[in-house]
Design a binder for this molecule. Structure first.
Ligand code: AG3
Length: 282
């Protein structure tokens, strides 16, 4: 009964991930990618771009919370935030939970992703009307190049895999543009794929690109994402100057005045631990 399953195949790993589906709710070829939405049996709605799982209603909280909150609790006072990608608006929602944030600009190349999210994932779009939010539909590479130097506190890169539209977001040139846009205490975080599958083929390159772009401090967090290849994911933070990326505002995190489903100070601390096979990155 193949038609009752959505499957993402990972040829490089010899594995696949399937979700039992009830219906295909939407399909379109946008100017940038193929966008599909399914209703699943057990995981709510599913968004797929170019055959890759982006999120489900039920599991996206681990990814969005672990990309947004660690970096925001590591920066001393994050006021100006930029999200590159993130068109589903789930990252924007997490960022705006931080009262210190005065403005969060989301820059996704594909407006259709946001329109589909508003329709099929309204819970992710609950902060889109926040006066601090600004949604731009533009090329993130261009946007970053043009930002005024030193004008941003935190950049969050919530991209697709490093092929197709997102490829440039993993390169040294982009990292150098992020470095320049950030203030002295500035931090970035980038989704950096699976430690068990992509350590040598991607994570090592992200470290090289970040260092090549000028960042002296680089550190990954690891956490589960059920719907992504291997179910085991990473986010890599980078900082200017001699910031200690393991020294977050732990007291503030422990007393966070907003609800989360995964993130807390202890999960943040735990996610910073480095498995033995990953130590060669450091
Ligand atoms: N960012 C996508 C991560 C890459 C998933 N890769 C895959 N399924 N092959 C997700 C966007 C969520 N805001």
């Amino acid at each position: 009964d193949d038609k009752h399953w959505f499957t993402e195949d990972y040829p490089e790993a010899g594995t696949a991930f399937s979700l039992r589906i009830r219906a295909k709710l939407h399909e379109e070829q946008t100017p940038f990618q193929k966008l599909e939405i399914y209703e699943t049996e057990h995981w709510g709605n599913l968004m797929v771009l170019d055959g890759c799982v982006m999120l489900t209603s039920r599991d996206n909280f681990t990814y969005h919370e672990m990309m947004a909150h660690p970096v925001l609790f590591t920066h001393p006072d994050p006021k100006q935030v930029v999200i590159i990608g993130g068109g589903d608006c789930g990252m924007l929602r997490e960022v705006l939970k931080h009262k210190a944030v005065e403005r969060c600009v989301q820059v996704d190349i594909d407006e259709r992703v946001t329109r589909a999210s508003e329709r099929f994932f309204p819970e992710l779009c609950s902060a889109n009307d926040d006066p601090r939010a600004k949604l731009l539909f533009a090329d993130g590479l261009d946007y970053m190049r043009r930002l005024e130097p030193g004008s941003v506190d935190v950049v969050i890169v919530d991209s697709t895999d490093p092929v197709g539209p997102a490829e440039g977001l993993f390169g040294t040139k982009f990292m150098a543009d992020v470095w320049r846009a950030l203030g002295d205490d500035g931090l970035m975080v980038q989704q950096s794929e699976s430690p068990i599958l992509h350590l040598d083929t991607l994570l090592a390159d992200v470290y090289t690109a970040m260092r090549g772009g000028g960042f002296t401090q680089v550190r990954s967090l690891q956490f589960p994402v059920v719907g992504y290849p291997s179910g085991w994911w990473s986010a890599t933070m980078a900082g200017k100057g001699d910031v200690d990326l393991t020294a977050f505002r732990e007291t503030d995190a422990a007393a966070k005045p907003f609800a989360t489903e995964y993130y807390n100070a202890a999960m943040h601390r735990a996610a910073l631990a480095i498995p033995e096979f990953c130590k060669k990155l450091m």
